[in-house]
Design a protein around this ligand. Sequence first.
Ligand SMILES: Nc1ncnc2c1ncn2[C@@H]1O[C@H](COP(=O)(O)OP(=O)(O)OP(=O)(O)O)[C@@H](O)[C@H]1O
Ligand SMILES: O=C(O)C1=C[C@@H](O)[C@@H](O)[C@H](O)C1
Ligand SMILES: [Mg+2]
Length: 205
Amino acid sequence: MQHNKTLARKHSDTESLLDNIILIGMMGSGKTTVGRLLANLAGKNFIDVDHEIQQRTGVGIPVIFEIEGEAGFRKRESEVMREVVQQQNIVLATGGGAILQPDNRTLLRQSGTVIYLCAPVSELRRRTHLDKNRPLLQTGNAYAKLMELFTQRDPLYRETAHIIMDSSKQNARTFVQRLLQRLRQYEQKTANNAQKHHSSHQEVK
Ligand SMILES: Nc1ncnc2c1ncn2[C@@H]1O[C@H](COP(=O)(O)OP(=O)(O)OP(=O)(O)O)[C@@H](O)[C@H]1O
Ligand SMILES: O=C(O)C1=C[C@@H](O)[C@@H](O)[C@H](O)C1
Ligand SMILES: [Mg+2]
């Protein structure tokens, strides 16, 4: 009973956050970690594109890269994204390279509120260096690779995002609280703009 009440309160606190929420950013920026927590708090379904691809193929990402190359992985990634964004009330954690294709950038922006989790390369390196599941980082110099990817992608993340937040300063739980605040502000601003637009049209009539 108590549990149900808690769930109900959580839902009504956040029910105005109607849109799908889409997280983009570099490997290690926290999309999966933050996305799962956010979905829980906001009463939304969590979908992680990397996990979805692994579930559908039955193998890990390094195996897909090995057999089909990066191009094969990107094709799967685009197909899965196109399909899952048809759902409503989701938090979507994308893969780090989801924004590489222009069509994907347009799709993501049209499918929800897009948040770029931004973090310095040194922090990305610290968070990813023990994990062998990111094939692009299995090189002699992962820091240099992250720097190269960051330089190439940062403008694309910025171009795609509605909201940009530094995800390196707080632990994931504190960060998610700040993110919820930002979403509320963003939603308020969007509602005010829509209201102004509506009024100015009425004046013309
Ligand atoms: N705000 C945070 N503070 C500290 N550590 C974090 C934070 N967010 C994530 N981490 C840690 O960083 C590591 C990478 O996070 P995560 O897997 O969520 O990144 P990602 O953006 O999903 O990466 P990828 O694009 O490779 O899927 C994890 O070990 C996670 O616990
Ligand atoms: O940044 C990238 O290109 C990638 C990030 C991961 O999420 C995976 O999608 C994959 O390892 C590639
Ligand atoms: Mg992830």
